[in-house]
Design a protein around this ligand. Sequence first.
Ligand SMILES: *[C@@H]1O[C@H](CO)[C@@H](O)[C@H](O)[C@H]1NC(C)=O
Ligand SMILES: *[C@@H]1O[C@H](CO)[C@@H](O)[C@H](O)[C@H]1NC(C)=O
Ligand SMILES: *[C@@H]1O[C@H](CO)[C@@H](O)[C@H](O)[C@H]1NC(C)=O
Length: 399
Amino acid sequence: MNVPKKMRLLLFLVSQMLIFALVFHVYDHNVHSKSTQEEPKPVHVLVLSSWRSGSSFIGELFGQHPDVFYLMEPAWHVWMTFTQSTARSLHMAVRDLLRAVFLCDMSVFDAYMKPGPRSQSSLFQWEDSRALCSPPACSLFPRGKIIPKAHCKLLCSRQPFEVVEEACRSYSHVVLKEVRIFNLQSLYPLLTDPSLNLHIVHLVRDPRAVFRSRERTTGELMLDSRIVMGQHWYTLKKEDQPYYVMQIICQSQLDIYKAIQSLPKVLQQRYLLLRYEDLVRAPLAQTSRLYDYVGLKFLPHLQTWVYNITRGKGMGDHAFHTSARDALNVSQAWRWSLPYEKVSRLQNICGDTMKWLGYRYVRSEQDQRNLSLDFLSTWNFPEQVFQNGGNSVPTSYHS
Ligand SMILES: *[C@@H]1O[C@H](CO)[C@@H](O)[C@H](O)[C@H]1NC(C)=O
Ligand SMILES: *[C@@H]1O[C@H](CO)[C@@H](O)[C@H](O)[C@H]1NC(C)=O
Ligand SMILES: *[C@@H]1O[C@H](CO)[C@@H](O)[C@H](O)[C@H]1NC(C)=O
């Protein structure tokens, strides 16, 4: 009686070890699937930012890449369906929408669009997606070329909505840009979701520059601002509202940044922080860093294109908004166009965020206007944990 019992125990232990080995093997296999022969899983990239922070430009950098299916702010549809709601109560709907879109399930938009026939132009800013301007979505432009969105808008708007899903499925990378997310917690399930391969690019910008840019687009941003403010929309004085919105934006940018640091190392590698100002100062090096991070090649025609548009030789509009002006100059516009009182008030509201992200305070109007002073700190990514597997920072990065 004794011996078989020991045998049974032994058999049990061996079987447990086998199961463990198998599970570990499968896990290991998933983690390293890039290096095996099986079909690579699509890469999902979320460009996480706020309004007026240069995210359209980053979106375009991804969107023009021939391996990328890009959509600009899909959660716009959620917010515009519930304009009386608050950012907090819409978070989960936004999260679930992003997940569906990453998996190319476009039926999720059904809840947020009018019933009846749809075309791909039912999507917010669809023409920002080169993928919706080239095959299989639209056959009028070749897939591997830079496509000006004005041309696309003119010629591809009638394509049926179904092509969006078909197009999405034909790319190795799905990139979504979103400004309507205020914490990272709601995204945790996506970071660990085995059907996703999520990478987050967190784009931040000097709050003083964001504020200035928002001031010039108040009307455009009104519905969104109202949702951001929630109940405060009704109680705050008109002149205080923009500062309150900035306070929420700054706090959320900092929360996201800090939340990442409390995650396991493996997940931290799914995150890359980018300051808009660094991109403006070294567009080619930073674009290269972005592409590298998500496994995209910086193709020669894209290099010329980035070089051109950041010098005002671009075709059409882009976040640099430069027809001839220098992007670097534009990024400093707050220095001469914002009154010092506003700058000072913003520094009080957003001080913590500025400190963490390397935006230095100005202490006087004289310093603010003195363009030979630089208020951007050189930024060393803490412990390099935000780098993808040791990819090096381009040498020109600290210029
Ligand atoms: C870049 O600019 C040059 C000179 O204006 C132009 O000939 C070229 O076609 C542009 N290339 C791209 C990819 O935008
Ligand atoms: C930047 O632009 C402003 C306004 O357009 C102009 O007054 C200023 O001279 C420019 N500065 C530089 C360094 O180009
Ligand atoms: C601007 O800053 C530089 C560098 O600190 C300084 O030498 C110069 O005197 C300043 N100019 C003015 C007008 O304050």
